[in-house]
Ligand binder design. Sequence first.
Ligand code: ASP
Ligand code: CP
Length: 330
Amino acid sequence: MRHLLSAADLDRATAVHLLDTASQMAATQAREIKKLPTLRGRTVVNLFFEDSTRTRISFEAAAKRLSADVINFSAKGSSVSKGESLKDTALTLQAMGADAVVVRHQASGAPHRLAHSGWVDGAVVNAGDGTHQHPTQALLDAFTLRRHLRGDADNPDGVGLDLTGLHVAIVGDVLHSRVARSNVNLLHTLGAEVTLVAPPTLVPVGAESWTSRTSYHLDQVLADQQPDAIMMLRVQRERMGGDGTGAGRTGFFPSPLEYTRAYGLDARRLALLPEHAIVMHPGPMNRGLEISADAADSPRAVIVEQVANGVAVRMAVLYLLLAKEKETTP
Ligand code: ASP
Ligand code: CP
């Protein structure tokens, strides 16, 4: 693996190996001394053209725990505001000697361009591009699903296993969601079944050819299909134009209240799920819109754990992209 650009590029064996490596990484994080010397002398640049809390911080934590040097770049406050292009920004960072560039960009395809343009020599990791892909999110989601739904007392992380037989419902603003696209790819590769649930206006054109089913009826999916996990998506107002609420004449649904009634996860809907089902959300959440506070804070919600797992998964990705073969595993 030279870059990580899309969850669709991962085959089953590579994905399982990444998850298994993340388990090893997670084990090292339970030790008193969390830092490993693995990437000493390597430089990881975090290149963020779009806002981020979890992804940026967890890539930084992951790189530092592997002893890499980390340079954080965010477009806000940089010369991007003076009109500097992606190319010139990339060349500037390359001049600083980046071994890996972790990039988030509002334009779908920007990481692909970086990886294949010759502007940077290092490995490129997609940390979210437009509405296209967010592969490390899909990996941390798969890691979380595997731990909760495939792990047992002898093998708590489900090491070596895939997600065959699991059913995941992905609910909400699929149209604007790179998390949904990445998860549809990776969950299928790992053997899980996916049902997308959204209003017709938030289902992408062409979704019928994806490796998932689509439904417009959340209650029906919860009651009849009994998914093992429900993954709520944020209503992505910043991608909706109009008045920015997603509602109204230029929007995608009649009103926030109607969206919540039809597609929000609340205590009543939580009770329709099977006992063992878990509640996921990539964050950030719109509490009260796609998820109620009691659902977000319920014992079934693994939302905070998803964030913690993100560090282990990103350590695994950086390790597998950057560590030399002769170096030992953690
Ligand atoms: N944080 C995720 C992303 O950047 C999901 C979201 O923003 O809703 O794609
Ligand atoms: N889940 C996720 O990517 O969160 P951030 O946008 O805060 O990085």
